[in-house]
Design a protein around this ligand. Sequence first.
Ligand SMILES: O=C(O)CCC(=O)C(=O)O
Length: 258
Amino acid sequence: MAHSSKSAAGSDVKDSFDRDGYLTVEPLFNFAKMTEINIELDRFIADRVQSMGKNEVYYEDINDRASIKQMMNMHDHDPYFDDLLKNSVIRTMAETALGEDVKGVNLEYFNKPPRIGKATPAHQDGYYFHIKPLKAVTGWLALEEVDHENGCLHYVRSSHKSGLRLHGRSNVLGFSQGMTDFGTDTDKANTVGFPCQAGTFLMHHCNTIHWAGKNRSKTRSRRALGFIYFAKSAEVDKETRAAYQAKLDRDLASDKKI
Ligand SMILES: O=C(O)CCC(=O)C(=O)O
């Protein structure tokens, strides 16, 4: 698996996004900005997590409150993260990538705690979004150094052009649906891994297949933020989405995962 070529920032952003189904900016934010974001995240975890719903904070080990693996809707709980989702350069990049106005709909935290952080199954975000048309992007910001040991992200280049593939229950908390037909020769030949430094930013189309390895490090976490934007023209099927979320919450509670 080769690393991609350097940053896609600038006027060719849209072309490379349309061709590959993703773009990379290395780095999007400098050291000072990343220090600020990491301090704000620590503050968020200390002050806000206790008021979040069970279905908004997932733990890799439910008995260990230090093992947060995922947080959803951070923007709803804190003005700093609301501003980062809705008013930052990341929103502008989402608009450039999709070629229209966007709505910032979710700011998520993706962590893989040392030793126990599970792999992210191959999936397409569009399968989770319940929108029509499937016009949405997810931005992904590395909060620390990420590599093959602690679980870097992988994209299947140009996979956004072929629509949604088959998904089924994955049993991985936070990624309940994984692809069931992943791993074809074409998938393998087009897979690109993204080891990167803190401040590196990736953005993918909601049909782009992606996955990440488990965290094999005994000491290092693997922390990132995810920024989800729907195109203004995309309509959410609210009934299907609510039914999906309700079933997921029920299943996770009965499996004692949340
Ligand atoms: O960070 C990860 O491991 C997965 C992130 C992801 O699936 C996403 O950003 O859509």
